[in-house]
Design a protein around this ligand. Structure first.
Ligand code: ADP
Ligand code: MG
Length: 287
């Protein structure tokens, strides 16, 4: 494509809500054959809600419940993760305890000292890694957040984050264009496949830690794939930078936006097939 044709296309894309931050990104986009999509906040609304809480207490009295929520809130107050927001919203009105030595571990959870005791809040995998025995988690398709104190689980939160209403159409169009679609998430297999099933996706990589999202992109590239990565979170930044083209959602974190070659200014993922089509048409037009 001529420079003039490219700048016309970049202008059209901007009008629709796709901002190309780098000049050659549109050309690279035309050559993409694989789209890797982050789950939380990209395919789902990113506004998770706590739908169930289980306490593993002695009496499950209301004081014990307050205490449990206060401890969890103490740690989640230090995280900006959507799951942390969901739990804080649920625990509204419960005074959080002061926490010390808090460490936020991206893609895993948060730990720290609450009332002098070691408390962990995060994924089943995170607790398992820390040597905490897990309760029976069942086959639930919800995202699970567990809380443990001194090595013992005391609370389980089941959290649901609905799929975006336009996600199905976006996926269908991308598939019709012949693109290989890959869902990538730090969440467990069950909730990842639940989203995949709803959207008709057949390739899922679950339990992928933030640093391994970029590795996965690299692996696809080694297979000869040209990858567009779409994500919104801090934990997507490395993958966005590594991909042929990184497309960040403006609704996500600043870090993700900075790592992207292009930004979706409107929260409508149908703009992904729109941008791909525009790029292909612009670049492959015979002059
Ligand atoms: P995704 O790839 O879907 O955006 P993440 O990599 O951010 O997911 O997180 C993976 C998992 O780590 C979550 O499903 C959750 O179980 C756990 N996790 C991460 N951060 C937190 C937190 N602040 N509170 C509770 N759990 C967390
Ligand atoms: Mg995300």
């Amino acid at each position: 494509a001529t420079p003039a044709a490219l700048s016309v296309a970049v202008g059209r894309a901007a009008q629709k809500g796709v901002l190309f931050r780098k000049g050659d990104a549109l050309e690279r986009l035309a050559r993409v054959d694989t789209v890797a999509l982050d789950k939380t906040g990209t395919l789902t609304l990113g506004r998770p809600r706590v739908v169930e809480v289980r306490l593993f207490g002695r009496t499950a009295s209301s004081e014990e419940r307050q205490e449990a929520l206060g401890k969890v809130a103490a740690l989640e107050a230090h995280s900006t993760h959507p799951l942390a927001r969901a739990i804080l919203e649920y625990a509204q009105g419960v005074p959080p305890y002061p926490a010390e030595e808090v460490v936020v571990e991206p893609g895993l959870g948060v730990r720290g000292k609450v009332l002098g005791r070691e408390v962990l809040v995060g994924s089943p995998r995170y607790l398992e890694e820390k040597g905490v025995p897990l309760p029976d988690l069942g086959g639930s398709g919800a995202t699970l957040v567990l809380a443990a104190e001194e090595g013992r689980v005391f609370a389980l939160f089941a959290v649901e984050d609905p799929v975006k209403p336009e996600a199905q159409e976006a996926v269908r169009v991308l598939q019709a264009m012949g693109l290989r679609l890959v869902l990538v998430t730090g969440d467990r297999e069950a909730p990842a496949w639940e989203v995949a099933r709803r959207l008709g996706l057949s390739e899922v990589h679950a339990g992928v830690l933030p640093k391994d999202k970029a590795q996965l992109v690299a692996r696809l590239q080694e297979e000869g794939r040209r990858v567009l990565f779409v994500g919104d979170g801090i934990n997507d930044a490395a993958a966005l930078a590594r991909a042929e083209v990184g497309l960040a959602l403006a609704t996500g974190t600043d870090i993700a936006v900075e790592a992207g070659d292009a930004v979706l200014m409107r929260d409508d993922i149908r703009l992904i097939p729109f941008a791909l089509r525009l790029a292909r048409r612009t670049v492959w037009t015979i002059r």
